[in-house]
Design a binder for this molecule. Structure first.
Ligand code: NAD
Length: 338
């Protein structure tokens, strides 16, 4: 029995595939390449020695999706596919609901039709919104403040309702905090199109000389140094968290949301400093006004992941900044250079 992986050639999906194939899991990979490159497949093969079983399928195309479920006998699904840009989701919410909700519903309906009962889903800390208490536990109220966060929260609710109706079903939404880093070989990493929205790819683009300076959005928050504090997690730790979550889903039923984070926050200035020191390079930056919707600080309570998955992060902020830079330095234009 194999595991279906949607969004398999994206940033997190590709690192998961490398780790899971290396551990001998039997994967069937799916992506529509809307936000990723076909070259990722060569990298997965290079890093694992396994030629990935890949199918170009868009989750909104139910016919193609169904033919996949007819051809294979899946035991579990790991669902990474979706859009992820908060700003874009506010500008075009319907596009986000169609892809992240309709696409995910199509997947869940196929799982129901073909009796596939284990679903691990890429959720996000954005489902929580403004902290009532910090760190966030999974019991923290869900109250997203943008359409992207709504899609994650809504699909979690859909999974929960379906798990309540189907006693064999296991729904495990993993609420990621801030994934950064890259494969330690430097052969694979995050490859955003245009100007990055997130801190780490912005830093690496500045360090490699493609952008003039980093914009730091606000230094007057009530935090250690006034800049925003986030819980950063290495993408390889995140990959391992998924492998544990699949095993958990296969041995349990019901709805079990789980935070995947380090349980520790770093400010923007601390991340810049770690990057500069670790990589012996400089990152010019300018402080600009706060960005609408940004929170001052939050991080994960990762106790449930430790208790249920026997998982906790192994890699440090130094590993994260080193590996992010290793990939960017080797391939300044991402997969276009590969
Ligand atoms: N990167 C983060 O900071 C972060 C944080 C929290 C949650 N997440 C979630 O994790 C998941 C993976 O994130 P990522 O950073 O790897 O994003 P990504 O954009 O790199 O990967 C997503 C992949 O899904 C594919 N895709 C999108 N819509 C599709 C569709 N309809 N059919 C088939 N393939 C489709 C894209 O081509 C892409 O390869 C996403 O669901 C995202 O919302 C990401």
């Amino acid at each position: 029995m194999s595991i279906l992986v949607t969004g398999a050639t994206g940033f997190i999906g590709s690192h998961f595939c490398v780790e899971a194939l290396a551990q001998g899991l039997d994967l069937v990979l799916v992506d529509n390449f809307e936000n990723s490159s076909e070259k990722v497949l060569d990298k997965i093969e290079l890093l694992t020695g396994v030629k990935p079983d890949f199918h170009q399928v868009d989750l909104r195309d139910t016919e193609k999706l169904e033919s996949l479920f007819k051809d294979y006998s899946f035991e579990s699904v790991v669902h990474f596919a979706g859009y992820k840009a908060v700003g874009e989701s506010s500008a075009d919410p319907l596009m986000y609901y169609r892809n992240n909700i309709v696409g995910s519903l199509n997947l869940l309906e196929m799982m129901k039709r073909y009796e596939v009962n284990n679903l691990v889903f890429s959720s996000s800390a954005t489902v929580y919104s403004d902290p009532v208490f910090n760190p966030y536990t999974e019991e923290h109220r869900k109250l997203p403040i943008n359409p992207y966060g709504n899609t994650k929260s809504m699909f979690e609710d859909i999974m929960q309702d379906y798990a309540a109706a189907n006693p064999h079903f296991s729904a495990v939404p993993l609420r990621y905090f801030n994934p950064i880093g890259a494969h330690p070989s430097g052969e694979m990493g995050e490859d955003p199109k245009g100007i990055p929205n997130n801190l780490m790819p912005f830093i690496t683009k500045v360090a490699v000389g493609q952008l003039k300076e980093l914009q730091v959005f606000g230094d007057d928050y009530d935090t250690v140094d006034g800049t925003g504090v986030r819980d950063y997690i290495h993408v390889m730790d995140l990959a391992e968290g998924h492998i544990r979550a699949i095993a958990f889903a296969e041995n349990n039923t019901g709805y079990t949301p789980i935070n995947l984070g380090a349980g520790k926050g770093y400010s923007v200035l601390e991340v810049i400093k770690a990057f500069e020191q670790q990589n012996n390079t400089s990152v010019p930056y300018k402080v600009v006004a706060r960005r609408a919707g940004d929170l001052a600080q939050y991080w994960a309570d990762a106790t449930r992941a430790k208790d249920l998955l026997d998982w906790e992060t192994q890699l440090t902020i130094e590993d994260m900044v080193k590996d992010s830079w290793g990939w960017q330095k080797k391939y300044p234009n991402g997969f276009n250079d590969c």
